[in-house]
Each structure stands twice: as C-alpha cells, then as structure tokens.
Ligand binder design. Structure first.
Ligand SMILES: [Ca+2]
Length: 313
C-alpha cells in the first residue's frame, strides 16, 4: 500500500521515517507541518534523513506553519530548537541543503494539503500522521471527498487513558492543534476506521527499556547522534523510552500485528484550559458501534523486535 507521511520533524519522526524507508514501504511523498519544530526546520530534518540514506526519489512538501486556530507551541526543551536536539552542525546543514537543491527534493510549487488531496483522490493512498493534524484538516476542508478515498489513516496522537505529556492529560499533537484533531477524529467519517496510536500505548504499554534503547542506538550513529539530548531528558523523568511515531509507522505497515484493538467513539476538547486537546473516549458501551476509531491497545512483541532491529541497522 502507498502512503504519504505527514510529519513535524522531531527525533521520533525521523526514526519513524527511517524505519519506513529502510522497510521499503511505498512512500509517495512526505508532507511537513509546524509542530515540534518550525516548518523550515522540519523540512531540513526530513531532507537530512533522505540525504543520510541517499534517497532522492521521495518528494517533500511544505505544509502549515501554524495550527488552525491557536499559536504554535513547540517543545524545544525536549527536541531542541531545530527538532533534532540541535545536533547537526552548520556545514552538515549546508551540505544537505545543496544536495536537496540539486535533487529537487522539496517541491515548492505545491503545498502539502494540495498534494494530499491530489494523491488521495487519484491514487487512494493512505496517510501516516506523525505530527499535529493541521495539514490533514486543511486537505479535508479543501476536498471532503478524501474521506471516501483514503485507504488508511493512521494517527499518532491523543491520550486515551488520561496520561498526557505536554499537560496533565494533553498529548502534544492533539493539544497543539485540537481543532484539526476534531476535524480528523470526530467530525469526519473515513472510508475505513482511523487507527490511533496514542501516548498511553507509546509510553506505558510499549515504552522501550533504556538499556535496550541505548544498545540499539550504539549500532546506529546517525540516530544516536540526533537523539542524545532527548535520551538524557527522558531518562531524567521517565521509566522507559517512548517511540510514538515509530509505533505509528509500524501499525501502518504491519496492521495484523496489533493484537488488541478496540473501536470507540472519541471526542476532542478544543477549548483552552485544563483539558485542551484531550481525547475523550466513551468507554461505557462495549457493544459494536458503527462509527468509531480503532484504538490500538497492544502490538505483538515480534513486530516490536522487528522495529528495533531495523532502527539499529
Ligand atoms: Ca511527531
């Protein structure tokens, strides 16, 4: 199946893209959105990965600089100013820029939402969403038909059990652009139920033990370098290393390895305040419902091992 990857260019986004590209997933394009870092840094980070892997056949598109309604809220304390822990020096950046220009990696003639509409309508591609959902909501607003055409929508976002990361109960992607999450999760009935990889799954259920993560990164100097700062921050406050975006990528290309999935209605709190961005799940009704989101609750260990193996290569 063909996919667009929509990303906000942080450390785990780059890991997810690394996993997808190394797994030979059919990526027809990468769309960037302002989130963990500013849009221009996101473009640079994605092209830095493509340069590292010497892949020049995947086009990159510029999307939204800001969320639909709120001001952009980044988290440089975790991912640095540039989204990769400020680890790439200026000469490396310049080298990547020249390479990207030479190979025409970034397509400035088409914005991300237009590319998404074009590919979904023409080719019924799926979308893997690793950042705030601004680009997808803009594509929906531009052409509501994409809901009927999109073969698969897999989203990293939300927190279905009340444990947040950017606030007490708010997960970053939904918190930053809750209006876009509302459009994509609550308002739109997609052809196939949305698959949701939430913060609870990423941090509590499938957090990777630090020893395992450090062993893996030792074998991959590129990923090790960009994740040094994040690793130190996470070690200081968490019990394990979460891989939200790589898990989202895993669910997209190996859906049969989701061993526990529930279908539930979810609403998104859009107003400012304590519960901003919260993904409110209706856990009351256990009967089958017509509409609803597939919340991934557990992924089998074999596929997690495969993910870690690819990341260490
Ligand atoms: Ca992300």
């Amino acid at each position: 199946m063909k996919f667009i990857v929509d990303t906000d260019g942080g450390v785990d986004d780059v890991m997810a893209l690394y996993f997808l590209l190394k797994s030979n997933a059919e990526i027809v394009g990468i769309t960037c959105v302002g989130g963990n870092t500013h849009l221009h840094h996101c473009l640079n980070n994605v092209t830095a990965l493509l340069h590292h892997l010497n892949i020049s056949c995947v086009p990159v598109f510029q999307g939204a600089v800001q969320p639909l309604t709120y001001e952009l809220l980044r988290c440089p304390e975790f991912m640095g100013e540039d989204g990769l822990g400020d680890t790439l020096d200026e000469s490396h950046r310049q080298q990547v820029k020249s390479w990207a220009a030479e190979h025409q990696i970034v397509h400035a003639d088409m914005d991300a939402a237009t590319f998404i509409v074009d590919q979904v309508v023409k080719n019924q591609v799926g979308i893997i969403c690793l950042g705030p959902l601004t680009n997808i909501a803009m594509a929906m607003n531009k052409c509501p038909d994409i809901a009927e055409k999109c073969s698969k929508l897999v989203i990293m976002g939300g927190s279905t059990r009340g444990v947040g990361n950017i606030s007490e109960i708010g997960e970053y992607n939904f918190y930053v652009d809750p209006h876009a999450a509302h459009i994509c999760i609550e308002k739109t009935r997609w052809r196939n139920p949305v698959k949701l990889v939430d913060w609870h799954l990423s941090s509590i259920v499938h957090g990777v033990p630090f020893d395992d993560m450090e062993l893996l990164l030792k074998k991959n100097p590129f990923l090790d370098h960009i994740s040094m700062g994040l690793m130190a921050k996470v070690k200081a406050q968490d019990k394990s290393f979460p891989l939200p975006d790589p898990l989202c990528a895993l669910v997209a290309i190996l859906p049969d390895h989701c061993v526990k999935v529930v279908k539930k209605r979810i609403q998104i709190e859009t107003s400012e305040g304590l519960c901003r961005g919260y993904s409110v799940v209706d856990w009351r009704d256990d009967t089958q419902i017509e509409d609803g989101i597939h919340i991934i609750q557990e992924i089998d260990q074999d596929s997690i091992k495969r993910l870690l193996q690819v990341l260490s290569d």
